[in-house]
Design a protein around this ligand. Structure first.
Ligand code: FES
Length: 168
């Protein structure tokens, strides 16, 4: 039997149609979530409910799929996504001091976003440049050897909002 060229619809009729339709709907789920995330910065609940209706996929299933992937978020994100590396090298070189300084300054914990949406603070495992420890990433940029002076500059930049960090 030529499995590659089997026509499911004609082979098993209505059941095949249901299966293939269901598969197509599920096939576009993740690309659609990516588009929603890139347009909104997160996955708004009202859009997820609309998507659930449009694709006839239970909302719980959509949440289950989306929450499996770390890149999807269900709450608004800050304009500056600051990730403090807490891998071993960074931990040894004072990452926790960096985390605490940012927490204290912006009054949020890792995983949270400031009310003014200037900052989302996260901690991450090794980002692959241990020689620069302690390391912080700001959006797409990497800031290495983060001591008190760099931290002060970083905080200043975040407060100024919209500046391009970590590309110097
Ligand atoms: S442990 Fe921080 S970059 Fe490797």
């Amino acid at each position: 039997m030529d499995i590659e060229n089997i026509n499911v619809k004609s082979s098993i009729g209505v059941i095949g149609t249901i299966i293939t339709t269901s598969e197509s709907r599920r096939g576009i789920l993740i690309p659609t979530l990516h588009k929603m995330q890139s347009e909104n910065g997160y996955l708004p609940g009202d859009l997820l409910r609309l998507l659930s209706k449009k694709l006839s996929i239970p909302l719980a299933e959509i949440y289950s799929v989306a929450s499996f992937y770390k890149q999807f978020h269900f709450t608004p994100r800050g304009k500056n996504i600051v990730r403090v590396c807490t891998g071993t090298a960074c931990h040894v070189r004072g990452a926790s001091k960096v985390v605490h300084a940012l927490q204290d300054k912006f009054n949020i914990s890792p995983g949270e976003t400031t009310e003014d949406l200037k900052l989302t603070l996260e901690t991450v495992g090794c980002v692959g440049c241990c020689g620069l420890a302690p390391v912080v990433t700001v959006n797409e940029g990497v800031v290495g050897a983060v001591g008190p002076k760099k931290l002060k500059g970083l905080i200043h930049d975040i407060e100024q909002e919209g500046e391009d960090h970590g590309k110097s």
